[in-house]
Design a protein around this ligand. Structure first.
Ligand SMILES: Cc1ncc(COP(=O)(O)O)c(C=O)c1O
Length: 355
C-alpha cells in the first residue's frame, strides 16, 4: 500500500442512499478497535469479550421483548437467518424439510436453503408488499420446519402480519422466525406487532450493524428457548470451550464489543430519537417525490420506494448518488442515520436538475 492509499478514507457516506449500514456511533467505533484481537468463538479463552456478548444479547432481548434471550452476535442477518433455518431443520421431525417465506424475504433465505438442503417455498405478497397470509397458509404442510415473517422488508420496509404467521406456524408445529435484521431498532417505537412479546416467535434476526449504529460485522441471532442453541451446538474438542452454536468459528470480537457499546449508548432514547429523525426524513422525501409526480410507496418505516424512469436513475448515479432499485425496478432510498435532511435536499436538487 502506498502512503497515499493509507491516508485515503475508506468510504464517504454523504451520497450513500442505498445502504442498510451506516456510520458507527463513536463509542462503538472505539470499543470495536479495542477488541480487534479477541475471539468470542472461544469464550473460555476470551472471557472479556464473552461477557460483553452476554450483555449485548441481554440488551437485544430488551429491545425484542424477551426477558431471557438466548443467542449471539453473528456476522450479520444472513448468518442469523441461516441459523434460524438450520435450528428449525435440526429440530424438525421430517426428512424433506421445507421453509415457507414471503417473496419479499431477503435473498439470504435462498442461500440458507441451498446450503442446508431444504426446500424454500415463497408465498406472494399482497398489494401492499406484505406476506399474503392465505398464500402462506396454502404452502405450509407437515414437513414445514419454519415459517418466516419479515419485520422491515429490505425493499419496501414493510412489516408482515407476524401474529397471523405465528398461528399458521403453530398449526403445522413449525417454528416462526422473524427477520427484523433491519427493522428491529426502529420497530420498538411503532405500533407494529413484531416482537417476541407480540406473538409466539421462536427465533429472530436483529442486526446492530444496520439501524443499531454498530460497526460491521454485528448481526444478532436470538432464540426464545435454550434448545434452539442446543440444536446448533457442535462439540469443539481442541478449544478451551466445549461446544459452539455459531456458524463461524473464529469471530470478530470487534463486532461484539462495538454492538454492546452502541446498544449501551443508544437504547432506548438514542434509538427513539434516531427513529423519529429517520422516519421524518423518509416522509419528507416521499412527499417531495410525490409532489414532483413520482409514484411513491408510502414509507411505513424509514425507507422510500418510488417509480423512476431508468434514464433518470442512471443520471443520478452519474452524479455520484449511491441509489439502488427493487426487483420491480423502483428507486429505493434507505433513510439510515447518516442520511440527513440536507443530503435529501441536495438529492432532490439533482432530481430537479434532470427536468
Ligand atoms: C431484512 C434483511 N434480512 C437480512 C439481511 C442480510 O443481512 P447481512 O447483509 O447483514 O447479512 C438484510 C440485508 O440488508 C435485510 O435487509
Amino acid at each position: 500500500m502506498t502512503r497515499g492509499e493509507a491516508r485515503r478514507p475508506p468510504q464517504e457516506f454523504d451520497r450513500v442512499l442505498s445502504s442498510m449500514c451506516t456510520t458507527p456511533h463513536p463509542a462503538a467505533r472505539e470499543a470495536a478497535q479495542a477488541f480487534l484481537a479477541t475471539n468470542p468463538g472461544d469464550p473460555e479463552t476470551y472471557p472479556a469479550v464473552a461477557e460483553r456478548e452476554r450483555d449485548a444479547v441481554a440488551l437485544l432481548g430488551e429491545i425484542v421483548g424477551l426477558s431471557s434471550p438466548h443467542g449471539y452476535i453473528a456476522a450479520g442477518g444472513t448468518e442469523a437467518n441461516l441459523q434460524a433455518v438450520r435450528a428449525a431443520r435440526n429440530r424438525a421431525d421430517a426428512d424433506a424439510v421445507n421453509v415457507v417465506a414471503p417473496a419479499s424475504a431477503h435473498f439470504s433465505f435462498q442461500k440458507a436453503a441451498d446450503v442446508l438442503g431444504v426446500e424454500l417455498r415463497l408465498a406472494p405478497t399482497d398489494g401492499d408488499h406484505r406476506a399474503d397470509v392465505a398464500a402462506v397458509a396454502d404452502l405450509v404442510d407437515d414437513d414445514t420446519a419454519v415459517v418466516v415473517g419479515v419485520a422491515g422488508t429490505t425493499e419496501y420496509g414493510r412489516v408482515d402480519p407476524i401474529p397471523a404467521l405465528a398461528d399458521i406456524a403453530a398449526g403445522v408445529d413449525a417454528n416462526l422466525h422473524v427477520d427484523a435484521a433491519w427493522g428491529g431498532f426502529v420497530l420498538p417505537f411503532t405500533d407494529h406487532d413484531w416482537s417476541f412479546a407480540d406473538a409466539p416467535v421462536d427465533t429472530m434476526a436483529i442486526d446492530p450493524h444496520k439501524m443499531g449504529q454498530a460497526p460491521v460485522p454485528a448481526g444478532g441471532f436470538l432464540a426464545r428457548d435454550p434448545e434452539t442453541l442446543d440444536a446448533l451446538a457442535i462439540e469443539t474438542p481442541y478449544l478451551e470451550s466445549d461446544t459452539q452454536p455459531t456458524l463461524g468459528g473464529t469471530r470478530s470480537g470487534a463486532g461484539v464489543a462495538g454492538a454492546l457499546a452502541s446498544l449501551r449508548a443508544l437504547w432506548p432514547d438514542g434509538y427513539r430519537e434516531q427513529y423519529e429523525r429517520t422516519q421524518g426524513n423518509a416522509e419528507y422525501l416521499a412527499a417531495e417525490l410525490a409532489a414532483r409526480g413520482y409514484d411513491v410507496v408510502d414509507p411505513e418505516l424509514p425507507l422510500v420506494a418510488a417509480d423512476m424512469p431508468d434514464a433518470e436513475f442512471q443520471a443520478l448515479r452519474q452524479e455520484g448518488w449511491r441509489i439502488s432499485r427493487t426487483a420491480s425496478d423502483a428507486l429505493r432510498v434507505v433513510c439510515m442515520p447518516h442520511v440527513t435532511r440536507e443530503m435529501l435536499a441536495a438529492f432532490l436538487d439533482d432530481v430537479d436538475a434532470l427536468a
